[in-house]
Ligand binder design. Structure first.
Ligand SMILES: [Zn+2]
Ligand SMILES: [Zn+2]
Length: 413
């Protein structure tokens, strides 16, 4: 078996990994670099030099496997040849096909040959058997276990061990013991570890609840709608505090996808949830065409209703509504910022609210101590670092022989 990492050996995100034998080539993730999020350059500028995957080539890759719903793992998919099967969870398929095009221009995967793969299910692709292994990170995230009958490789994708789904990541270590290679993410290897104020998803829930319970002001919460754990924490905090939650039609649509696959996730029909229909102009036609405005008509709420008792509401990621309530109606407010703090340095959306920002967030990635325990239980023969800026530290930190690769380097395993 050979490996070639086209991107991700020396950066956080943009993963694109090839495993091959004489007869078979498969790819794990097809990501865009995280740095691309700030730029307006076309997606084609970020192609990796992997032959036989793009729409204008004769396909020579047998299958692609995608771990989860973050662009640094699936962002190149619109360029892929529709003849190549792309395997992913049903959740990811629903998000990419029905939700992502609503908010991203030029993102169209409707022509792709998408195949669903269930948790702990295997598929045979030529010489490889590939098994999807659930991990704690994003909605229905997978790692993959791959074997050609001679060598076994485990790929973590992105992974953490501190939400209500942490049992999945722990199970991966026990289910896939003693692999020949563990391709492991190391996002937080480079970030100086200080005592975190919110080390777990549960502490985030309690932190949000404390703020909205102890305040008489309306609250705005900005978090990723594509983080199902965070969405649930916010809903739980609203229920525990007797507040109503106002969300966008897009967020309602995502919640519906989550709820349809996992009944433990609240329904958008829950009593405390309302939908604000004031969508930004460029998006409105897409939302209308997708039937979202009609679907959530019974849940519609307007500004006048909110203004009657603003202290009873939490507004989740509705920038247009924030502006109306603050600029036009001069409301005082709490603003809970619940995403990666690094975005605050890059973008200026939140500058306007800077004096009100209360930061409550926990990472989507494992800390070093959790990774050490994970490695100890799994006991791989070798580690291959990925999704990290610190590949040369792995051997020292984990005490296991490490294969340090460079992007585009082909190595026999
Ligand atoms: Zn990632
Ligand atoms: Zn991720």
């Amino acid at each position: 078996m050979k490996i070639c990492v086209y991107r991700g050996t020396n950066e956080v995100g943009g993963n694109c990994i090839e495993l091959s034998t004489k007869n078979t080539r498969i790819l794990l993730d097809m990501g865009m670099p995280l740095s691309s999020m700030d730029e307006k350059r076309p997606i084609t500028d970020y192609k990796v030099p992997c032959p036989g995957i793009y729409a204008d080539e004769t396909p020579s890759v047998d299958a692609i496997f995608i771990t989860h719903n973050h662009g640094d793992h699936y962002g190149l998919l619109p360029l892929i040849n529709p003849k190549i099967p792309v395997y992913m969870s049903k959740m990811l398929r629903d998000i990419l096909v029905t939700a992502q095009p609503l908010v991203t221009d030029d993102f169209d995967v409707s022509q792709l040959n998408i195949q669903e793969i269930g948790a702990n299910k295997s598929v045979q692709i030529g010489d490889f058997t590939v098994t999807a292994r659930p991990v704690d990170h994003a909605p229905d995230s997978y790692g993959f276990e791959i074997t050609d009958g001679i060598k076994t490789v485990v790929y973590t994708g992105d992974i953490r061990f501190h939400s209500g789904q942490s049992w999945k990541s722990k199970a991966l270590a026990k289910t896939c013991k003693n692999p020949d290679y563990l391709i492991m993410e190391g996002t937080r290897m480079s970030r100086a570890e200080t005592q975190e104020e919110y080390p777990t998803e549960d502490s985030v829930y309690l932190g949000i609840q404390k703020i909205i319970r102890g305040s008489k002001k309306i609250a705005f919460v900005d978090a990723s709608t594509q983080s199902v754990d965070r969405f649930c924490s916010i809903i739980k905090a609203c229920i525990a505090s007797g507040r109503n939650l106002v969300i966008s039609p897009y967020a309602a649509h995502l919640l519906d996808i989550y709820h349809n696959l996992h009944k433990t996730v609240p329904d958008y029909k829950a009593d405390c949830i309302w939908v604000y229909h004031g969508v930004a102009k460029p998006q409105y036609p897409k939302f209308k065409q997708a039937g979202l405005m009609d679907k959530y008509i019974d849940k519609k709420i307007d500004v006048d209703t909110i203004l009657k008792n603003p202290e009873k509401y939490v507004i989740f990621h509705c920038p247009k509504l924030y502006r109306s309530l603050v600029d036009t109606h001069k409301l005082d407010y709490d603003f809970i910022y619940s995403m990666w703090y690094g975005y605050l340095d890059r973008k200026h959306t939140w500058d306007k609210y800077a004096e009100h920002l209360i930061k409550i967030h926990t990472s989507g990635h494992a800390d070093i101590e959790s990774l050490k325990k994970f490695v100890q239980v799994m006991n791989p023969t070798k580690i291959i670092p990925i999704h990290t800026e610190c590949k040369n530290d792995f051997e020292n930190v984990f005490g296991i022989s490490t294969l340090v690769l460079n992007d585009n380097e082909k190595v026999e395993l």
